[in-house]
Design a protein around this ligand. Structure first.
Ligand code: AMP
Ligand code: MN
Ligand code: MN
Ligand code: MN
Length: 295
């Protein structure tokens, strides 16, 4: 429903001075591993005061049409996005595409191929969990996946919490679903250059998601940034729900050093799951060049 206030800064961000406009350029709906439908997610973002929102579901853009419709009704700006799962040097990293054309055939065939491995990976994860005595994980995880093509670790995590194996999603990941833990299976996603190429072909800009989350160590992290830049990546997330307050200036400095624009997004998935709320983001540090200045 459209907002009824006569002079609503939330509905008309153009009334605001730049520094008051709230950007949230990374979040998830039921099209991937979020729990809100695209329309409900947009409504929540609006309630939270977000002016410019990007929906960036994992490897799938099929929630964008609904999000765009909902955003139009509420008067917030919806930036079409996607978060692509990438294998770089044996590590899984995420590359966000912003302002992509969801109808671009090359992007769609790429995303389709990247999604295709998820069902088999899920089967192997369930097998691994059965090996430590946890039965029914495949059906259990699928029951949480609204989009069956996008079965992922978060759906397994929700199943394990529901079954009472662990108290919350964060703990499930730590105990079961990360490298070296019993429910983790390795998986080969698309390569970094290819993912950036898909985004560019679809008219978008490539943003390295939550670079502080990969636990790479200093040299490996710098190599990732170097190779991402060489692949044509434009920006890195400096402010994200995955970074601590201490990491923000560190990645602002790296963005400046490597010549990247900076992006900002909550990576919101679900109310009450422990992640960052939509729009609750600290401002980008002053040495950053915000990616949206290029828009
Ligand atoms: P997948 O693409 O299936 O490998 O799942 C990746 C998703 O799992 C991420 O986008 C997060 O939503 C979630 N995730 C990964 N690591 C963690 C963690 N340590 N705590 C909570 N959620 C996580
Ligand atoms: Mn996710
Ligand atoms: Mn991610
Ligand atoms: Mn994400």
């Amino acid at each position: 429903m459209a907002c009824r206030r006569a002079f609503c800064y939330d509905c008309r961000p153009s009334l605001k001075p730049d520094f008051l406009v709230i950007f949230d350029l990374h979040c998830h709906s039921t099209t991937s591993d979020g729990v809100l439908s695209p329309a409900a997610l947009v409504a929540r973002a609006h309630e939270q005061g977000v002016d410019v929102l990007s929906l960036t579901d994992h490897d799938d853009t099929r929630g964008l049409a609904e999000a765009i419709r909902a955003a139009r009704e509420l008067g917030l700006r919806l930036v079409p996005g996607v978060e692509i799962s990438v294998t770089w040097s044996g590590h899984t990293v995420h590359v966000v595409g912003l302002n992509v054309d969801p109808d671009h055939a090359g992007l769609q065939s790429g995303l389709h191929a990247n999604r295709a491995g998820r069902a088999e990976r899920a089967r192997r994860m369930a097998e691994a969990l059965a090996g430590i005595g946890i039965q029914g994980a495949l059906e259990g995880a699928y029951a949480f996946a609204v989009n069956k093509d996008l079965i992922g670790r978060t759906h397994f995590a929700r199943f394990l919490v529901e079954e009472g194996h662990v108290k919350d999603v964060k703990t499930v990941f730590k105990k079961y679903l990360v490298k070296g833990k019993p429910g983790y299976v390795s998986h080969e996603w698309v390569g970094m250059t290819e993912a950036v190429d898909w985004i560019h072909a679809a008219g978008g800009q490539a943003v390295l998601a939550h670079p502080g989350r990969y636990n790479l160590g200093r040299e490996k992290l710098r190599l990732l940034l170097t190779e991402f830049r060489a692949a044509g990546g434009e920006a890195i997330e400096v402010v994200t729900g995955s970074h601590t307050a201490e990491q923000v200036p560190v990645f602002a400095g790296l963005a400046e050093e490597f010549g990247f624009y900076a992006s900002s997004g909550s990576d919101f998935h679900a109310p009450g799951e422990g992640g960052r709320e939509l729009g609750r983001l600290m401002p980008l540090p002053g040495n950053c060049r915000p990616l949206w200045q290029t828009w």
